[in-house]
Design a protein around this ligand. Sequence first.
Ligand code: SF4
Ligand code: SF4
Ligand code: FES
Length: 630
Amino acid sequence: MDRRIWNHPLLSFERGKEVTFNFEGRPLNGYESEDVASCLIANDQNVLGWSKNLDRSRGYFCGIGKCSSCLMTIDGIPNVRSCTTPVKEGMIVERQHGNPKVTQEMEHIPQSPNGEIKELTYDVIIVGGGISGISAALGISAFTPLKVALVDDSPHLGGQLLKQTHKFFGSSEEYAGSRGTEIAKILSCEIAKTDVDVHLDCQVLGYYDSGGYLLVLEDEKLAILRGRRYIVATGAYENMLLFESNDLPGIFGAGGLQTIMNLKGVLPGRKALIVGSGNVGLILAYQMLQAGVEKVTIVEAMGKVGGYGVHSQKIERFGVPILLNHTIKRAIGKDRVEGAEIVALDKGAEVPGSERVLDADMICLAVGLTPDVRLLQQMGCECRFIKELGGWIVNHDREGRTSMKNVLISGDASSIEEATTAMLEGKISGLRVAMDLSPDANLLGEIERLETRLGEFRSGPFSEKIRAGMGDLFGRGETDENGDDRREEAFERSYEGGGRTIVLACSQSIPCDPCVDACPKGAITKDSLTSPPEVDMEKCSGCGLCVSECPGLAIFLVRDLRDGRSLITLPYEMYPFPEAGEKVILLDRNGKKIGFGEIKSSLKEKFLIRVFAPNSLAHRVRNIMGVQDG
Ligand code: SF4
Ligand code: SF4
Ligand code: FES
C-alpha cells in the first residue's frame, strides 16, 4: 500500500528522483526528498525497530530527531535516527533488536583534514533557525553591522513553520493571514538579503566553557563557532502521556504527525484519535481532514475545549467530535495501532464502565510541549520548574537573560507560547544583544515598541497561564496588570443590513485583526488587538473580502436574493475544490447535513466559494460537501 498523499488542497510535494533501497533484503522504492522513516511508513512498514530490553516494537514519534524512537542501522551504522536521515539509492536499512553491533565505529568518527578544526568567530551566534531565531537574526542585521551566525540542525530554515499550513493570527506586522509555510519562505528570503551566516545541517555538540565556544558538526566535520553573545532559540519537544501501550507504532506526537504529513507528504493512517484539544490538537485535526484522513475524534480531559473557538468550529463543521471529560486509556494492537480505548472522566477520575473502543489506526498526542533547554543546561544556565511555562525552564529575567551573562533565551525554549509571541521575543532578544554590543538610541525605542506589542499579545484570557508563570518567574504583580480573565464562550454573532448578513463566528478575545485590515469600507472594527470584532452594516458593501482574509475561517456572508434563495459566501480549504454549477450538500456548524445547494462560483486562489441555498437554510449553512461524498 502506498501511503503517500498525492492530492492536497494546499500543498504540492516536491518528491524528487525515485530511488531504490534495501530494507532487510527487500528492495523498496522511495523518493530522494524522503527520510528513511517516512519512506518506510509510505511503504506501510510501521515498525522501525524493537526496544532494547523488552523487545517492544518501536515507530515514528517526533519526526525531528528528538525522541530516539526511530533508531535503525543504516549502511552498517547503528543507532541512526531514521526520521532525519535522507533515503538514498542503494542504501541498506535494517531494524535493531537489543543492543546493535558497532562494526565501523572508527570510520565514522567525524574527522577534519590534518586534524585541524575550522574556527569561526562571530559577534552573535543564534542557535535555532525557527521563527524566533530567524527574527532575532533579522532584528540584529536591520540595525547593526554585527557579525551574526544562525545555526540549525535541519536542512532548511523555518523550524515548525515549515509544516504549519494554517493561516496565522496576529496583525500584518506578524504576517497574520499568511500560512506558516509561506511565512517560512518570506523569512528565509529576508535572511538571504542580509549578511547573516547561515549554518544548516549543523549540529551543536556542546558548549565549551574554556574560552566559550560551540563545538558543531557541519558537513560531517567538526568546527568551532565562537561568539561574544549567544541567543538560544532551540524550541521545544513534545510531551508524552502515560497510558497502556503508549509506545506502539502508530502513536505520534502532534508535531511528528505534522512533519510526516505536511512536510513529507505521507499519511500514516486513515482513522485518527487526537488526545488534547488545545490549538495544536484542533489545528492538527483540520490538517488531517485536508490530507485525506476519513475519521478524526478528539478527546479532552478537561471539561472545555482548550484552544481557540475559531479552530474548534472549523473542525466541528466537518462533524469532528470533541469528547470533553474523556481521555485515552490504552492503545490496542500488536505491532501497530489498531484501536484505542477511551474512558470518561469525572473530576479527573475515570468513570468505571464508561470505557469504549474507537476504531483507529493512529493516535496523536497533542498534550503540550516542554522547552528544549538541553544546550542551555549543558552551558551551565540555572534551571527551575514552572509548570505554567512548560515545566523545566531556564531561569531568565524579563529581558531573556539567563544566569550566564553572554547567553540569552528566546521563543519556546524560554516558555511555551504561540508562534507570534516567539517571533516578537526573537526580535526583542536580537535587539537587546545588538544594544549590548553596539548601543544605539534607536534600538531602545524599537525594543520598547516591541515590548508593548508583546504585552498586547499576552493580554487576552488565553494567556492567563503564561501571565501566571511569568508572575512566578519575574515576581507576581508585575506581569498581571494586563490580565483580562474573561474567557467568553464561542458563539456566533450576526449583523444584518441592506439584505445582507455578516456572521462572525469569532467571539473570543484572541490576538488577531486581519478582518479589520481586509475591509476596504472600514466596516469592521476592534477596540483592541484581543477584543472581538464588530461590524457596521451601514458601511458594509458585501464585497466578501473579509471572508477570505480571516485566518480563523470565521466569517460568513449571506445575501438574500429575493427569489426564495440566498447566496452564501464561505471559506473552503478542502480537496477537491468544488466547481461552479456543482450540486453540493449543505452542512451546519456541527457538520450535520441540512439540505442541498449549488455552487455559484469558486475562487480557488482565495479558497472561497459562493453557494446558492434555500432561504430557510441560509443562516445555518457553514460548510459544504460533495454529493458523491455524502
Ligand atoms: S463584506 Fe466587504 S465591506 Fe462588508 S465587512 Fe466584509 S470586507 Fe467589509
Ligand atoms: S474574525 Fe477577525 S479577529 Fe476573528 S479570527 Fe477572523 S480575522 Fe481574526
Ligand atoms: S527521533 Fe526519529 S521519530 Fe523521534
